[in-house]
Design a protein around this ligand. Structure first.
Ligand code: NAI
Length: 259
């Protein structure tokens, strides 16, 4: 069966499992994909289209680590596209052991002036996608009697952020959905957790003005932005057996933004 290459930890009895990471052509998703590849997982990469992978070597970088990698294009806000993708990943790799719901967008603006479509779009991409993927990949995991799901929330979902009524709504919803899914899937040996990053340097946050960035920095206890690898490390832990009794939790990774 495909997807049964040995893991990289030297233990030949442990077979490689499969992780699917949405929105993984760049940023936090790409860092998580690389980290889970180092942990021995075969990687199902995802993004909107092939073009997102044109100027990067993420798939080759993963293969160089001795595991398999394949790109599955889908708009995760669309249920039918998620259905096709989950089916294709299962056919290609045989199992789906880890799902990372990472794909996300911002369309910032003050509530008073935000057009309805701008609100709906962020909810569809950030929130509906999590339902789509947790339902579809979760059903595969139920049949396998094991699995790990990690959802990317945000400090904006925990504490709110001016100019992000749509984004904070979607991320707060993800925290609630994480707890509900953890309760529904816990007895099936499936752990569901979320991470809530603070300010992490990525193409998403590069869009902020210098003034917004400086204001953020002031509020961070560690006086620096986070790195994508610092998110990937916590996600790796949550996927590991060391976190086997952790479920329904949201772990803030913000350098002490909220204290
Ligand atoms: P990014 O913008 O660099 O990467 C997001 C990826 O998702 C992109 O490659 C994009 O094409 C993809 N994507 C967007 N819509 C999609 C769709 N409908 N279907 C499939 N893929 C889609 O963003 P970044 O910074 O790496 O963020 C990753 C996650 O972490 C997001 O959920 C974001 O909300 C969350 N986050 C990021 C923070 C930061 O400071 N960068 C802070 C808190 C949370």
């Amino acid at each position: 069966m495909k997807g049964e290459s040995p893991a990289l930890n030297g233990d030949m009895d442990i077979m490689a499992k499969t992780a699917i990471i949405t929105g993984s052509s760049r940023g936090i998703g790409a860092a998580i994909a690389l980290r889970l590849a180092k942990d021995g997982y075969n990687i199902a990469l995802n993004d909107l289209n092939e073009g997102m992978f044109e100027n990067n070597s993420i798939a080759d970088d993963i293969k160089a680590l001795g595991v398999e990698a394949e790109i599955f294009c889908a708009d995760v806000s669309k249920y039918d596209q998620c259905e096709e993708m989950v089916k294709a990943v299962k056919e290609r790799f045989g199992t789906i052991d880890v799902l990372i719901n990472n794909a996300g967008i911002t369309r910032d603006g003050l509530m008073a002036r935000m057009p309805e479509e701008q609100y709906d779009m962020v909810i569809a991409v950030n929130q509906k996608s999590v339902f789509n993927m947790m339902k579809l990949a979760g059903n595969v995991m139920i049949r396998q009697k094991q699995g790990k799901i990690i959802n990317l929330a945000s400090v904006a979902g925990l504490y709110g952020n001016p100019g992000q009524i749509n984004y904070s709504a979607s991320k707060a919803a993800i925290i609630g959905m994480t707890m509900t899914a953890a309760k529904e899937l816990g007895s099936r040996n499936i752990n569901v957790n979320a991470v809530a990053p603070g300010f992490i340097s990525t193409p998403m946050t590069d869009k902020l003005t210098e003034e917004q960035k400086a204001k953020m920095l002031e509020a961070i206890a560690m006086k620096r932005y986070g790195t994508v690898d610092e998110i990937a490390g916590v996600v790796s832990f949550l996927c590991s057996e060391d976190a086997s009794y952790v479920t329904g939790q949201t772990i803030e990774i913000s350098g002490g933004l909220s204290m």
